[in-house]
Design a binder for this molecule. Structure first.
Ligand code: ADP
Ligand code: MG
Length: 216
């Protein structure tokens, strides 16, 4: 479940970004749709507690995110949010399996090798476990990043421009996989995109349009 009311954010020296209210039931999909620079990544950062709203609030899985203390925020994010960033940030020093293992370290949890293996299996990339990120295709690397996002069984999956570097086939496969995994977890999915293919592929999704930027 994601609710927002009067959500706004202003970067230092920036113009205020104000966001329309949303109400998305648990397990549904929300598309943040709008051109580059319209505030989609900022919205994702507010929903994951990486930024604190200037006004209003966003409530994710019952938690008003901006009200978490700085100390509690990272642990909350690790437990509840699966983030698929625009730049995948896979460590080239580590194998695919060890990149996933880092998730436990970041969350302050003991490594669960069985869960890593099981998640790689579920995403059909077990054969890539020992590879380094540079030995993966773009689509494979994104699958690894999706596996990393799903590892702790999040209630919300946030994806920033996931189709940007994918051809039509890989785009459809990636969205299908994300939706299938989300269904298994009953996770809510939020996808920031300016790609019309994503909107076509997810016809039942809620849409938050970012093209009308309201400035104060
Ligand atoms: P989108 O993801 O839709 O491309 P962003 O949320 O990245 O949009 O950016 C929204 C606006 O905020 C843009 O005008 C951008 O230049 C500005 N912005 C983004 N990040 C910062 C930052 N760290 N400092 C100042 N302004 C920023
Ligand atoms: Mg962005």
């Amino acid at each position: 479940m994601i609710l927002s009311r009067g959500l706004a954010f202003t970067y230092p020296h920036g113009e205020p970004l104000r966001f329309a209210d949303v109400s998305v039931a648990q397990g549904d999909t929300l598309l943040l749709r709008g051109p580059s620079g319209s505030g989609k990544s900022t919205w994702l950062a507010l929903a994951s507690g990486l930024l604190t709203p200037t006004a209003g609030e966003v409530v994710v899985s019952g938690q008003p995110v901006g009200r978490l203390s700085a100390a509690a925020r990272d642990a909350w994010r690790a437990r509840h949010i699966g983030f698929l960033p625009q730049k995948l940030h896979l460590s080239e020093a580590l194998s695919v399996a060890d990149n996933l293992g880092l998730v436990y370290f970041a969350a302050g949890l003991p490594l669960d090798k069985a869960a890593v293996a099981q998640t790689l299996q579920a995403l059909d990339i077990a054969a890539l476990a020992a590879r380094k990120p540079s030995q993966l295709s773009g689509g494979q690397a994104q699958r690894v990043a999706l596996a990393r996002a799903l590892l702790l069984r999040p209630s919300v999956i946030l994806a920033d421009e996931p189709s940007a570097s994918l051809d039509d086939g890989a785009c459809a496969a990636s969205l299908n996989l994300m939706r299938t995994c989300a269904n298994t977890l009953n996770a809510t999915v939020v996808i920031a995109t300016h790609d019309a293919r994503v909107v076509q592929a997810l016809p039942t999704a809620h849409v938050l349009a970012f093209n009308t930027r309201v400035t104060a």
